[in-house]
Design a protein around this ligand. Structure first.
Ligand SMILES: [Zn+2]
Length: 245
């Protein structure tokens, strides 16, 4: 008994000395066959997600951001963009609709045995629903995803899908913010960064998280920067945080 009290005292002393870290809770969820680490720091309503394992700058920026500003962040446990699923590879940002998942599953494996594709899609449907139940923020929160580009992708490629654009002449076109809420666009476009508004569902739903956010009427933001530009991505994240809250 005395031993237990002593151990409890020692533990509370250790936690007391390390108060900030003890507020961080870690857990895991499996989604489309891959583990995601969930880091919760405090109880702010914002949610964050890092989906592409090869975009390491975005992971580092997000780890830094959540440690500093709080929120719940999801980190894919993969070092590659595509993750293994059933007997193929799949882009985790193409499974947020059944139609998107259908095309993603057939991308590297066009031929499926009768019935197996439907079973895989049914499984993804169930897992998506459980995953989104904890990923989607409450009404006063925003959902922020972080991405990096390294193949020439830039804000001009998003022009046709966007309803409003604000491109700054002194910003690199490969660093930009996509948002899905008109008021957020108004506020963000006053700042120094490239911003586009995408608040209408496209005809061709590719299964990316942004379209699911629009369907659910969630304020979603994608913070896209060049791979390797960690300081820039950290700055864009804190700019979004301070502008929208
Ligand atoms: Zn990405």
């Amino acid at each position: 008994m005395l031993n237990r009290v002593l151990i409890a005292l020692i533990l509370s002393f250790v936690h007391g000395a390390d108060r900030d870290k003890s507020m961080v809770q870690r857990s895991q969820i499996t989604f489309v066959g891959t583990k995601f680490n969930i880091v919760q720091n405090g109880d702010t309503p914002n949610r964050y997600i890092w989906l592409h394992g090869d975009e390491q700058t975005a992971r580092m920026a997000l780890e830094h951001h959540v440690a500093l500003f709080g929120g719940i962040a999801f980190f894919v446990q993969s070092e590659t963009r595509e993750i293994p699923f059933e007997s193929t590879m799949i882009d985790p940002n193409r499974v947020f609709s059944r139609k998107g998942a259908y095309h993603a599953l057939r991308k590297f494996k066009p031929g499926w045995q009768p019935g197996t594709l439907k079973r895989a899609l049914d499984l993804i449907d169930r897992e998506r629903s459980a995953f989104l139940d904890i990923l989607i923020p409450s009404k006063n929160g925003v959902l922020i995803s972080v991405h990096n580009n390294f193949r020439g992708y830039n804000v001009y490629r998003e022009k046709d899908k966007s309803q409003r654009i604000s491109i700054k002449s002194d910003q690199n076109p490969r660093d930009f913010i996509i948002c899905t809420n008109n008021d957020d666009f108004e506020n963000l476009s006053l700042g120094p960064y490239n911003v586009v508004l995408q608040n209408i569902l496209p005809e061709k739903d590719d299964g990316s998280l942004s379209w699911e956010a629009i369907r659910r009427n969630v304020r979603y933001l994608n913070i896209e920067t060049r791979l390797g530009y960690l300081t820039q991505q950290k700055k864009m994240l804190s700019f979004v945080e301070s502008t929208l809250n």
